[in-house]
Design a protein around this ligand. Sequence first.
Ligand SMILES: *Cc1c(COP(=O)(O)O)cnc(C)c1O
Length: 433
Amino acid sequence: MKFYSTNNESLQISFSEAVLKGAADDGGLFMPAKIPQLENKFFDDLSNLNIKEIAFEIIKNFIDDIPKKYLIKIIDDAITFEAPIVQLNENLYVLELFHGPTLAFKDFGAQFLAKTISYLIQNQKKETIILVATSGDTGSAVASGFHNIERIKVGLLYPKNKVSKIQEQQLTTFDNNIFAFEVDGNFDDCQRLVKQAFSDNDLKNRFNLTSANSINIARLLPQTFYYFAAYAQLKRKNIPLIFSVPSGNFGNLTAGLISNEMGLPIYKFIAALNSNDVFLKYLRTGIFNPQPTIQTYSNAMDVGNPSNIVRIFSLYKNYEKLKEKISAFSFSDDETLLGIKEVYEKYNYIFDPHSAIGYLALKEFLNSFQNKNINGIILETAHPSKFKDIVERAINTNINLPERLKIFLQKEKKTIPISNDFRNFKEVLLNTF
Ligand SMILES: *Cc1c(COP(=O)(O)O)cnc(C)c1O
């Protein structure tokens, strides 16, 4: 399978090249040249497969330049946790995507990307340095994937005082080959420093520099696994299947659309949004108009110019068709709190702020949907305890932290403070790595 750039469909490269490049030189994102069609037999057997088997049956159709036995090993090392569905009522389910090491769905993509890069660079002579700018969750998911892998070092750049306490503990307490740079600046400074490092000749001569950006194709493809895993667990498979996807950069939703194109019978997607609602405006008007980011309680969805939109446009060249497949709804912070409270009172289930928006969006969609017999699945993108303060305020009850989060909190924070000046960052990089 070749991969094309969304800016130029005739530029096609291999999976390995696309992974190591991250984004295309022309600024486009990589997409599979052809969406593979899964056979009926796969769907007949699906309910008997575990998540690793599902993952392999899917990914083998996309990747032809990594031998099968290594592909199995990558999946074995990366997908070490489940994606269970939990039933709220007759028609409503939650797909719990927080059972990975950093308690968010990003673990699926980040773990798979890390194990894939580790495989691809094994014959490199120089040491590999992975640089990631993070505003919260991405950094720890990526770090967890690369932790303790030989000949790879990871530099996480995060903005000082601008991530939550729990997020900071998750970023700064890995040891060994993971280094956290506390940048005196904002997230844009972190991104700029990473970009400058990639174009610096001294650093390029000394290290093999690679990114583990969220737009990497090896983070997108493994996000299809859990759409299939969710379907596999449903008892009634012949009624309309609707996924509600809390969306920021739209990677998750794009993976759902790809799953659908592969033959997974999904009737409808709902883009669940906070006040950053450019996609909702696009569905209404047909005009895509990026906007400055607005800060909300569901901060992983605070994106004013979603990067994966170009992938959605390349899958759906027709606006009318896209409008038929996806609906969008947006909710305020106050509504988010009420959503968390409502689910807790009605179903005794605790949602994080992002998933609460997923719930509200699905509910609103169903208000005007005739067929009441459906499988409605809300993607639960993070564990509620990652957003402890907001959730506790909403339900007026203390919530427990899971063991694997407590472990992060007990460890000692270790950071390398840097200014937002590139010369300072470069000097520190050369001295530290
Ligand atoms: C990243 C993230 C999202 C948004 O996912 P996209 O793929 O960027 O749309 C939603 N919820 C949580 C908890 C996240 O970490």
